[in-house]
Design a protein around this ligand. Structure first.
Ligand SMILES: Nc1ncnc2c1ncn2[C@@H]1O[C@H](COP(=O)(O)OP(=O)(O)OP(=O)(O)O)[C@@H](O)[C@H]1O
Length: 282
């Protein structure tokens, strides 16, 4: 269980995240939606402690994440796989080595140049990386340079890299905002598969309501740093959207032109495994 208690982050006069309280059971896939500047990225960055809260607490399985320092903080960051809008791969390295970068926190002593990195990883970890790529449909690209792949493929490499960390949670900050609809769909499906099959908790910042409704178990809608809605996707109706944001759903979506809506043609996701999908409250 991940618990956020009255979490707040101020930047000067701006309150980016304002008293957010959430309890997220293990294995839930949560879509965080909101317009630009709503505080979505800051919220995610506080969870893995890339940004420190101004006040409030983060607890994971009862342990106070906000109090972690040194090795314990590094371990927590390893437990949080991050997926970024711009993939953050090393462009000139091959795909397989990019995936192995996810193991680096397990080898604090590794030095040398990036070019010789691959040889330093034990065979078991190279096999793990290949397995992750295979699962994400990228085994054939393993030896290609990362920058020769499409955006959707690169984002799936980033997901494989996150999996190599053996994380407890995946924090995906606008993972499909730079992709065309077809690539966006493969990435959302990959995240959903990781959530279902591995039982990983996922928090995913999204701009389009339909995408969040289609792929997530729960939606958190933010506005000016606050949580304005927290519940089951079906409960976030067009009327509720208008109440929160003062615009229709179409207008809300059109404000995020950069991110494609990918729900329309996607097949419905498989029913959740009961043990992994706790009941949601609207
Ligand atoms: N490092 C920072 N310094 C100053 N202000 C910041 C910083 N990071 C975020 N902010 C401000 O905090 C608010 C929330 O920003 P944040 O990036 O969390 O929103 P967001 O919902 O993720 O937006 P977007 O969808 O555009 O990424 C904004 O007003 C932003 O300008």
């Amino acid at each position: 269980m991940l618990q956020l208690e009255n979490l707040t982050r101020r930047f000067g006069a701006t309150t980016a995240v304002d008293g957010v309280g959430l309890a997220i059971p293990a294995g839930q896939m949560v879509g965080v939606i909101g317009r630009s500047g709503a505080g979505k990225s800051t919220l995610l960055r506080m969870i893995n402690r890339l940004t420190d809260p101004s006040s409030g607490r983060i607890l994971h399985d009862g342990a106070d994440v906000t109090a972690l320092r040194g090795q314990a903080l590094r371990d927590w960051r390893t437990a949080c796989g991050m997926i970024f809008q711009q993939f953050n791969l090393v462009p000139r390295l091959d795909v397989l080595t990019n995936v192995l970068v996810g193991r680096l926190n397990h080898h604090p002593g590794f030095g040398g140049t990036l070019g010789t990195l691959f040889k330093r990883f034990p065979a078991a970890e190279r096999a793990m990386a290949l397995e992750a790529l295979e699962r994400l449909g990228l085994a054939d690209q393993a030896l290609q340079r990362a920058d020769t792949l499409s955006g959707g493929q690169q984002q799936r490499v980033a997901i494989a890299r996150a999996l190599l960390q053996q994380p407890r949670i995946i924090l995906a900050d606008e993972p499909i905002a730079s992709l065309d609809p077809a690539n966006a769909r493969t990435v959302m499906e990959a995240l959903r598969d990781v959530n279902r099959r591995d039982g990983l908790t996922i928090l995913c910042n999204l701009h389009h309501l339909d995408t969040a409704r289609h792929y997530c178990d729960r939606i958190v809608a933010m506005q000016a740093g606050r949580v304005m809605f927290d519940g089951a996707p079906a409960a976030l109706t067009g009327a509720r959207v208008r109440e929160i944001y003062g615009v229709s759903e179409e207008e809300f979506d059109s404000m995020a032109a950069a991110e494609p809506s990918v729900a329309a043609e996607a097949p419905p996701p498989q029913p959740a495994r009961a043990a992994r999908q706790p009941a949601l409250t609207a």
